[in-house]
Design a protein around this ligand. Structure first.
Ligand SMILES: [Zn+2]
Length: 475
């Protein structure tokens, strides 16, 4: 029998707020364990949560970018369950009145994936298993870090669609600045709900869930595997059990973990410590008016207004730090094409050579230095070979381009007296070429320019040599 795969996604994204959702603790990644905690986020009795409004701003921003309706009245609910990384024994989330509803995201081929809702909630801590001591340690730093959970409709029919959606979603959130979306650090992770049904059937099959997936590759493989597992199970006369499964990327297989809970198992109820949050029309309108430009809009502006190729626009927007560097440099030097070339060809090559991350590389290269270098190249002060070397020095040693060129005497000779002198010598030594040129052979002119440039050891301005030579030949 033919089967159709049906997938819905729940994507958790850590928001880039400076402080946590219900207290003033910091949210930076990688701090010493249990140094970013207070009575509120470590669940001490008697402590009271205070909502950080930045969280609502980021959540609404994401919602607007994903074509959602924004709920003016927001309520927080307690989701009760016990786990060692959750000291309060409940998570504050939104069940009944999430901040965003009814959105969509368009993927390849114009297909719209429905966004059922986006809700705000707090993250839990982290259990660190210590195999040497054979025990588990708990780091509460992540407790109370704000999350949004983006819940899609079950609109995906293949692993390819799932990854396409996740890539676009990640790009949107990155350019909004609401999250760094670092999957390897857990700031973006997806739960996959998957079922299969006979092709053409109207009802959904029984679904399984794979939680906390944090790589696109693993997600692709997990969807393919789980769809095949369910199909084969049904074909062999078995039944799919509703359960949570763990994906093991090394074994490339999923394993049963526990039976899946339903909402009623969590005994949700409105959190009595938090007031309802009413978002004003002005609050929403202000967010809408100040929405950062999306990568897609940047790409069309780069190809339209700035005249870059579609390929170049794609490379520049593939990673946000690179795009920021490009935009700032091109604004400073007023030459987007030169800026794009230098970044795409030279900087990307240096990144590869040094096995650097784009983020680190872009931190090292000051747009001011890059713009100054571009001005020197286009202004005919240095030639491109010198420009390349200077760029490597900017990249590796944060060199100042003007100093670099001056100290090494690499400025192009614009000294008209010197150029004339050299041209005199060249004309004398190449009488035949001069005669050829006068007889109408254009090629001879190029040869004479080449000879003069050689005499000047490549540091002359070719334009100046050209002009001086033309003048001498009475052109
Ligand atoms: Zn705290």
């Amino acid at each position: 029998m033919d089967y159709e795969t049906v997938v819905g996604l729940e994507v958790h994204v850590e928001l880039a707020t400076k402080t946590k959702i219900f207290c003033g603790c910091g949210t930076g990644f990688g701090a010493e364990p249990n140094t970013q905690v207070c009575p509120v986020c470590s669940g001490m009795p008697g402590s009271l949560p205070v909502f950080n409004k930045e969280v609502a701003r980021f959540a609404a921003l994401a919602g607007l970018a994903l074509n959602c309706e924004i709920n003016r009245r927001n309520v927080f609910d307690r989701k009760n369950y016990f786990y060692p990384d959750l000291p309060k024994a409940y998570q504050i989330s939104q069940l009944y009145q999430p901040i965003c509803r009814n959105g969509f995201l368009e993927i390849g081929g114009g297909k719209k994936i429905g966004i059922h809702e986006i809700h705000m909630e707090e993250d839990a801590g982290k259990l660190l298993h210590d195999p040497w001591e054979d025990c588990s340690n708990i780091d509460y730093n992540r407790c109370g870090v704000p999350l949004i959970e983006i819940v899609s409709e079950p609109d995906f029919r293949s692993a390819g669609e799932v990854v396409d959606y996740l890539e676009r979603l990640r790009e949107i959130l990155l350019y909004l600045g609401v999250s760094d979306c670092k999957m390897q650090e857990g700031s973006m992770r997806a739960d996959i709900n998957l079922s299969v049904r006979p092709s053409g059937a109207a009802e959904f099959g029984v679904r399984t869930e794979m939680k906390n997936m944090n790589s696109f590759k693993a997600i692709y493989r997990a969807v393919e595997f789980e769809a095949k597992r369910q199909t084969e199970l049904i074909d062999a006369g078995g039944r799919v059990t509703q359960e949570t499964r763990r994906w093991d990327d090394n074994k490339e297989a999923s394993f049963s973990m526990r039976s899946k809970e339903n909402a009623q198992d969590y005994r949700y109820f409105p959190d009595p410590d938090l007031l309802a949050l009413d978002l004003s029309e002005e609050f929403i309108e202000e967010i809408r008016a100040n929405m950062p430009e999306s990568a897609a809009s940047k790409r069309s502006r780069f190809t339209g207004e700035l005249g870059l190729s579609a390929y170049d626009a794609g490379v520049l927007t593939a990673e946000k730090p690179l795009c920021d560097l490009f935009e700032r440099t091109s604004a400073l030097c007023g030459n987007p094409k030169e800026a794009a070339n230098l970044i795409i060809v030279e900087i990307c090559r240096l990144i590869k050579e040094d096995a650097a991350t784009t983020e680190d590389a872009c931190r090292r290269v000051a747009p001011e230095s890059l713009a100054a270098l571009i001005k020197m190249i286009t202004g005919g002060e240095i030639n491109r070979t010198v420009g390349k070397d200077a760029l490597a020095a900017i990249f590796r040693e944060q060199a100042d381009p003007e100093e670099y060129v001056r100290e090494r005497n690499l400025l192009i000779v614009n000294d008209a007296g010197l150029i004339d002198e050299v041209i005199d010598r060249v004309l004398e030594a190449n009488e035949k070429s001069v005669a050829d040129f006068r007889a109408g052979k254009e090629k001879a002119f190029g040869f004479l320019v080449g000879q003069a440039m050689k005499e000047l050891k490549g540091t002359a301005n070719p334009g100046a040599v050209n002009g001086a030579l033309k003048k001498r030949l009475g052109q």
